[in-house]
Design a binder for this molecule. Structure first.
Ligand code: P6P
Length: 332
């Protein structure tokens, strides 16, 4: 039986407050945009060749960088939705208002249109990440809600196959884009992240500038003190791809504070929050490594700026809890 994302959401009508026509239409806007993006990515290299002679390609089209195209696709597909109050994109300095009628414009969609786009030139997986918030009164405050208020979150990873993963607060579900029907088709329901390992995923070139407790944490993992299988390193350098492997195989992805990015490199609103919601819904965890009672749970952070950055440690419970203990031990 073929179940699309929209059907799947509406089938959850009983348990998901948001499983309304409006919400399903927003999801349709996202899936349409990501299908447009996928089609462009598939010929990314070719477009460069065709467009090699200046900014106009042989079709006479203005050649666009793929992340500009991805952003335009999402703004176009979502900007027509009555149910959208505002759009927040990594590519736009400020939120874009769509429908300020509080009776209609009930949702805010926050997204990173094409994360890891520099990897396209070397044909490595890239992704789109999205987060959906409910408008609660003042628009600015609604945009800056903490991550636990998200009504849905998801990503699309453009790889050997194109996979959409989303949660509306009742489990994590994945869909594969079937090019023969042009639809995302349900492939797995209620995804669960393994309790532990066997991968750690980080850019170790930055290790010298991490706070010392992160180096000690990694050394502890490699000494096998957490038990379980010996760890292997896997780092694709594309957040969505590294996260997708982590949710499927287990382990931990970490982007600690570095000298170049003392507040972390990754963005809270449209990278850390959506992935943290998905991780927790799949039985994993996500923190920013701050010394606070809950170890800096990402979803509890109160945003102050739409583009603010955060350190991110996300993955299996065992590894994330061990990181929180390492930070506590160090800062006691
Ligand atoms: P670094 C890609 O540029 C990105 O935003 C994420 O997709 C990825 O996880 C991270 O940056 C990689 O950063 O510093 O290791 O190259």
């Amino acid at each position: 039986m073929i179940t699309t994302v929209q059907h799947h959401l509406l089938n959850q009508q009983r348990s998901v407050r948001e499983a309304t026509g409006t919400f399903s239409r927003i999801l349709s806007g996202i899936t349409l945009a990501t299908k447009m993006i996928e089609a462009k990515i598939r010929v990314g290299g070719l477009t460069n060749v065709l467009g090699a002679f200046g900014a106009v390609n042989v079709q006479g089209e203005q050649q666009q960088k793929l992340d500009v195209y991805a952003n335009e696709a999402l703004l176009h597909c979502l900007g027509q939705e009555d149910g959208v109050a505002a759009l927040v994109s990594e590519e736009n300095d400020h939120p874009i208002t769509v429908n300020l009628d509080p009776e209609k414009g009930k949702y805010i969609v926050v997204f990173d249109p094409l994360d890891g786009s520099s990897n396209i030139d070397v044909n490595v997986n890239v992704g789109t990440i999205f987060s959906i918030l409910r408008r609660e009164g003042d628009l600015t405050q609604s945009i800056l809600q903490p991550g636990y208020k998200q009504v849905a979150a998801g990503y699309v990873v453009y790889g050997p196959s194109t996979v959409l993963v989303y949660t509306a607060g009742h489990g994590v579900h994945s869909f594969v884009l079937d090019p023969t029907v042009g639809a995302f088709v349900l492939s797995q329901e209620q995804m669960k992240m393994p309790e532990q390992g066997p991968y750690y995923s980080t850019n170790e070139a930055n290790a010298a500038s991490w706070p010392a407790e992160y180096r000690e944490y990694l050394a502890m993992l490699l000494r096998g003190e957490l038990g379980g299988k010996a760890y292997s390193a896997r780092y694709i350098g594309s957040l969505v791809a590294d996260f997708h492997r982590t949710i499927l195989k287990g382990g931990v992805f970490l982007y600690p504070p570095t000298e170049k990015a003392p507040k972390g490199k990754l963005r809270l609103l449209y990278e850390a929050n959506p992935l943290a919601m998905i991780a927790e819904q799949a039985g994993g965890a996500a923190v920013n490594g701050a010394l606070s009672p809950n170890g800096g749970r990402i979803l509890d952070l109160l945003p102050t700026d739409i583009h603010q950055r955060t350190p991110l440690i996300v993955g299996s419970k065992r590894e994330v809890e061990a990181l929180v203990a390492a930070v506590r031990g160090a800062k006691g």
